[in-house]
Structure formats: C-alpha cells, structure tokens
Design a protein around this ligand. Structure first.
Ligand code: NAD
Length: 427
C-alpha cells in the first residue's frame, strides 16, 4: 500500500467555498493552473446557482444543444432544443421529421399528469384486512395529502386516488399503498414524496404494520405520452425500405438484446430534450425501460405497422414525468431558454413533444440500420471527433475529417497520419 497516496477523507469538504474545493481537488489530483481555470469557468450556469443545485460543486460540464428542425406536432411547427454529446442524434430527428412533414407530421396525446407515490408496510398481521382498512380511509388520505401542497391544489392538482396492493416477497407479505396525485406542471417527485412521508405513520397506525419506504415510483404509467405518425411510402423510399424497417422492428419486439439498443436510440432523442429543459433524465429513462418490460419481457417502446394505403405507421407510448416547474427547469438559464424556444404551454405539452421526438429518432435509426447501416451517417461528425482526438486544430479538423471519410477508415492512427501529412505539406 502506498502510504503517501493522498486521502479522499476530506473533512468538511461540503463546507468549503468553491475556490477552496477546487484547490483541495487540485492538490489531490495534481491539477495544473489550466485545469483549475477550466473548472472556474462555469459558462452559462453561474457558480453561485450551481453550488445550490448539487453538493460539493466544483465546476460545470457543457453539453452541446442542437435544434431539431422540421417538426410538425399536432398541426403546429416546433423547433426542439436537444442537449446531447452524441453525433447524429439531432440530424436523425430532423430527417425523420422532414420525411413526414408534408403528410401532417405527428399526432400526440397524453393519459394524464398523475404520479404514484408508494408507501411500504411490513409486518402487517392481517394484510388483506389492512388493505381494506386503508382503502376505507380514502377521504382522510385525500385531506392529508392535499394539505401538504395547497399550491398544487389551487392549480387544479392534488390527490386523485388510492390503491393498495398485497405483495408476496422473499421478505414476507407486504402491504403497498399507492397515492395517486395529479402534479400538473411539476414532475412531482418532491410533491408526492412529501405526501407519502406525511401519510405513512397514519397507515402504519391503522394497520399495526411497520412503515418502511415512502417514495414515488418512476414507473409513471398514469402519465403516458403518446405520439403517432404516418410516413408515406413515396417519402421514405418505397416498399423495400418500409419492409426492411418493419423487419427491424419485429426483431426488436421479439428480442430483448435488440430491444435494448432499439430503445436506447429512442432515448437518445427523448433524453436530449429532457436534459435541455432541465428535467430529470434518469427518472424518464427508468420509467421508459420499466414500461418497456411491462409484459414480463423487455420489448420495443414503439410499434410499427403498414396502413391500408401501404404507408409506414409508427406509434410510441412512454411514461413521461417531466415538468415546467420544479427541479432545475426554472433555475438553469439554458433550460429556461430551451423552454422558451419550445414555447411549451404545460408539462403535458412538453411531454407530448418529447414522445414525438422519440418516435422520430426511432424512425431514423431503424431506417439507417435497415438500409445503409449506421456508420455512414455517423461518419462525418465522428471523423471530426477523431480528428480532434488526433490533435487537429482549427481548419485542420475539417481537412483531417475529410481525409478519413475519403479513405473510408475513421481511426485514430489514420487521423494522426493524415494530420502529419497536412502539417508537412504546409511546412
Ligand atoms: P418541486 O418540489 O421543486 O416543485 C413542485 C412544486 O411547485 C409543487 O409541489 C407545487 O407546490 C409548486 N408549483 C408551482 N407551480 C406549479 C404548477 N404549475 N404545477 C405544479 N406545481 C406547481 O419539484 P417536483 O416536481 O416535486 O420534483 C422534481 C425534482 O425531484 C426533480 O429535480 C427530480 O430530479 C427530483 N427527485 C426525483 C426523484 C425520482 O425520480 N425518483 C426522487 C426525488 C427527487
């Protein structure tokens, strides 16, 4: 063991100011002045604000924001901000949207804006009896929940319903209460967690059980965003392309190995808008994947069919717990601008737009995979990334990237050679 290794036990780190934390980390990791200056440059997120968003804050990390064009949703043209570090994601949405724009674009809807909070009871002597005891007190539960959040109630939200499930687990029988709460324009995690914590001791007392967890479920299946769209055969390149795309979908529907990647592509689009608007990407991702496994086997979040006219019809249904208030949505300056660009009128509106983006992303990914393959589209931006990794600067980046595309080999060693050649020819 290296006795001189620096220690990660830094007492009171959270109480340091940002400059002190940077110094402390710099000492630990031997950061130089340039590294420290980079950390101090927090871009468009003021350090004072960021320091209040998370713990032990030392810096920010910029993610590119791109705009998806061509989107027509429920008859309205929208520009969609997408925050992603991955090449081809924004282009995929633009391409899919262009190919359905003249046919009317996307039609969306939503099942509601209700979230579920779970209260776990263990050691309940008579679980079925307890279940009814809880259900009988629905009005008392409603009053206690609504008293937790008068603002939400004033805005037309609040408690909606009560469900109680008896679960057989390895640790014995548990009684699980679901509070169903309409959280309107908030994602609602804090709102429903507060309610669950408030109700839990009462439920434990009524049933003589022991209350344990009190937390929302990210399987927000009462908050499903839906989008559908028809791509005309002539707009997508004919029946051969359509059938290859359908075969790709059937593969994803039948096979979890393929479905994971198929849905990852969908989430490339979804998470980018969730991120750009300051919403919780992990909450939406957890909900999406849990919903994709609702039948007991993990499968596709989208469905693809052929219309009576022979056109390609796509649809998506996915839990979409996003808000326009709460979390970072109203605090992060970039999120505020993104929401302005989107001109979302309500959380429901935002959720529906995001579902349409997910469907568009899936269309493009399937089309690329089923026709030219994914690498062709990736090539140009990816080659620029590789060029930069090889050390290309300024106009060298494009020159090296073009050389890689021409050679048809996007590899670091090839980029280094190309850069060397360019520099030698200039010298
Ligand atoms: P919040 O508590 O910051 O804001 C919601 C509150 O804003 C509501 O309770 C209401 O009182 C008020 N409000 C004002 N205008 C409103 C309107 N038009 N509609 C609805 N409410 C309005 O945020 P939240 O949405 O309750 O929680 C979101 C945050 O919780 C996110 O940052 C998320 O990352 C975090 N979180 C997530 C999880 C999880 O997903 N498992 C768990 C804990 C916390």
């Amino acid at each position: 063991m290296d006795t001189h290794a620096p220690s990660s036990r830094i007492g009171g780190f959270h109480k340091f100011n940002v400059a002190e934390r940077i110094d402390s980390v710099a000492k630990f990791a031997q950061l130089d002045d340039a590294d420290k200056a980079l950390l101090r440059n927090t871009g468009n997120l003021p350090a004072e604000l960021a320091d209040h968003l998370i713990e032990n804050f030392i810096g920010t990390m910029n993610i590119p924001v791109g705009i998806a064009t061509n989107m027509k949703i429920d008859g309205q043209d929208r520009l969609i901000p997408m925050a992603t570090e991955e090449s081809s994601v924004v282009a995929a949405v633009c391409n899919a949207a262009r190919q359905c724009y003249d046919n009317g674009g996307f039609v969306t809807s939503m099942s509601g804006t209700e979230m579920i909070a779970q209260i776990q009871l263990t050691q309940v002597p008579d679980p079925q009896h307890a279940r009814l005891q809880i259900l009988e007190r629905k009005e008392a539960v409603r009053d206690m929940c609504n008293a937790c959040d008068p603002i939400l109630v004033k805005l037309g939200g609040g408690f909606r319903d009560l469900e109680v499930r008896v679960l057989d687990t390895r640790g014995g029988t548990m009684v699980v209460t679901h509070l169903i709460v309409d959280t309107r324009d908030a994602m609602g995690a804090n709102a429903v967690n507060t309610m669950a914590e408030r109700i839990a001791p009462h439920i434990a007392e009524w049933t003589q059980g022991k209350s344990n967890l009190r937390i929302l479920s990210n399987l927000a299946d009462r908050r499903l965003a839906r989008a559908r769209c028809t791509w005309r055969l002539a707009d997508i390149g004919g029946a051969e392309v359509r059938d290859a795309m359908l075969a790709a979908y059937h593969f994803a529907e039948a096979d979890p190995y393929r479905a994971a990647t198929h849905n990852k592509g969908i989430m490339n689009g979804i998470s980018a808008v969730v991120m750009a608007t300051g919403n919780d990407t992990r909450a939406v991702e957890a909900g999406a994947h849990a919903y994709a496994a609702r039948s007991g086997r993990y499968s596709s979040l989208t469905a693809w069919e052929v219309s009576a006219e022979g056109d390609l019809v796509g649809s998506i249904e996915v839990p979409m717990a996003v808000g326009l208030v709460g979390g970072a949505t109203k605090l992060h300056p970039s999120a505020k601008v993104a929401l302005k660009i989107l001109n979302a009128k309500a959380a429901e509106d935002l959720a529906r737009v995001i579902a349409a983006v997910g469907l568009a992303q899936n269309f493009s990914a399937m089309k690329a995979l089923a026709t030219t393959g994914i690498q062709k589209g990736h090539m140009s931006l990816h080659s620029q990334n590789i060029a930069m990794m090889a050390g290309a600067l300024g106009e060298e980046i494009d020159l090296v990237a073009r050389a890689l595309v021409e050679l048809g080999t996007v590899r670091l060693d090839v980029a280094e050679e190309a850069l060397q050649r360019i520099r030698t020819s200039k010298a």
